[in-house]
Design a protein around this ligand. Sequence first.
Ligand code: NAP
Length: 310
Amino acid sequence: MQAHDVILVTGGSGMVGGQLAAQLRADGFTQVLTPTRGQLDLSDAQSVERWFAKHRPRYAFLLAAQVGGIAANVADPVGFLENNLLLAVHALNACQRHGVEKLLMLGSTCIYPRDCPQPIREEALLSGPLEPTNEAYALSKIAALRLAQAYRQQYGLRCVLPMPCNIYGTGDHFDLQRSHVLSALVKRFVDAVEARAERLTLWGTGTPRREFMHVDDVVAGMRFLFDRLDDGQIINLGTGVDLTIAELAERVAEAAGFHGTIDWDPTHPDGTPRKCSDPSRLRALGFQPRVDLDSGIRRTVAEYRRLQTQ
Ligand SMILES: NC(=O)c1ccc[n+]([C@@H]2O[C@H](COP(=O)([O-])OP(=O)(O)OC[C@H]3O[C@@H](n4cnc5c(N)ncnc54)[C@H](OP(=O)(O)O)[C@@H]3O)[C@@H](O)[C@H]2O)c1
């Protein structure tokens, strides 16, 4: 990419898109476009056509999606499936017709079967049934990546398809309807400390294992892959290190200064028992994440506290 190329980042008001755009601009890219949903509504074919015809991006990072944790997925499967399908169809079709030279589209490790061998290799895709609590989201992501691969095969559209694990960090949501597990825990523990609570009840059993990557590493990994790949093969973007939700809760509690008792409410669903990606392919290319989980958690606690005082 050259400094003056027009680069589209969809989802620029979100966690990953916001950080990617900021870092590209800080590195001297002068035409990083982050249209708001009002300017480019990806669920609306006419809005997409108008925007692409006017701005003609050379490169595109397709990060917009309806995203959320188990509660949001269970409450709105239609929204997750329908919106994410529309977003992918419209964006990929416009990229092909308006001459985008190369694109990156983010998937998710949610695409892999619920009970596949761990750590999860890319080959596990479509080898078994999905986790029911986020099946709609996963199906939309699988359809999107298959569509990108079809555009690659049929029209030569160059694409990079990273599959990130759970992402956390700067710009994440803390409202409990939209937040993911790590940010939700940060909010719950910091709020509990402020309220001087002695007990805190968390959803589920605490036993599922999850893998987390700080958004700074996700952005660094996306840029690393964008410069090196265009084969349209999926590639895991993760740390390869997982821990139980109970262990994560203890580490967040420590960072927030919560010394009370944690209770678990097993009436709420746990989701997939284990989800840890195998990042061998990423490592073989030479990428290593830099943010260790404890320092990432401490930063997220500090960022949530700062937001509280604004
Ligand atoms: N967060 C994770 O743990 C995680 C893990 C794996 C993969 N991913 C993937 O990474 C990508 C970025 O996730 P994120 O956490 O940064 O998401 P996020 O913070 O929830 O941001 C989502 C973005 O998508 C935009 N968007 C949604 N619908 C749109 C539409 N119809 N038209 C235009 N923009 C629309 C939102 O715009 P508004 O501000 O207007 O709503 C927002 O900018 C997503 O593709 C997600 O599936 C995320």
